[in-house]
Write a protein that binds this ligand. Structure first.
Ligand code: ADP
Length: 167
């Protein structure tokens, strides 16, 4: 029997991408034939990087991963999923708080277009890793080198140095 090829999208803000996201992407490549990391362009609270910068960092990190591509999208995730003929939405889960939020989101998305959401549980070491916390800790000078890839760490340092020198 031939198996249908499965195309998943992994939507998020990725401001910036963290080791937690990267772990979900790496594990996702084993489940799906195609995995599109989809960077949302909708405005977020206190953004640090532009969508283009976020895409650039993710592209550098996923260049050698088979079946992985990086795109950006405006507006509703389900509309983007339908336009790009995605079979499933991939999301990551860290905590019960994530479950509560993601459960509602997945139910709504399925009610609107019928698309299924598949979840990958975080690896223990990244259970507390979030882009928001990384932006906050980095801006206060904390060491986040274990939580983000090197290219992101370098860009964070550059960005925050620039911000500090323009004050
Ligand atoms: P959004 O603003 O859409 O939640 P994020 O970039 O914060 O976008 O996250 C994208 C997805 O990655 C979400 O499903 C989120 O739960 C998941 N995620 C974020 N950090 C981790 C992590 N450390 N481990 C597993 N999943 C994660």
């Amino acid at each position: 029997m031939t198996r249908k090829s499965v195309r998943a999208i992994f939507p998020g803000s990725f401001d910036p991408i963290t080791n937690g996201h990267l772990d979900v992407i790496e594990r996702g490549t084993k489940l799906f034939d195609e995995l599109v990391v989809a960077v949302g362009r909708s405005p977020i609270k206190n953004p640090l990087f532009t969508p283009e910068e976020r895409i650039e960092m993710i592209t550098e990190l996923t260049a050698d991963m088979p079946g992985v591509s990086v795109e950006s999208f405006d507006g509703l995730t389900v509309e983007y999923a339908a336009q790009t003929k995605a079979d499933v939405i991939l999301r990551g889960l860290r905590s019960l708080t994530d479950v509560q939020y993601e459960f509602k989101l997945a139910m709504t998305n399925r009610a609107v277009t019928g698309i299924e959401t598949i979840f990958i549980m975080t690896s223990e070491q990244y259970g507390f890793t979030s882009s928001t916390l990384i932006r906050e800790v980095a801006s206060l000078g904390g060491n986040i080198s274990n939580l983000v890839p090197k290219n992101v760490h370098d860009r964070l340092r550059q960005r925050l140095n620039k911000k500090a020198s323009s004050k």
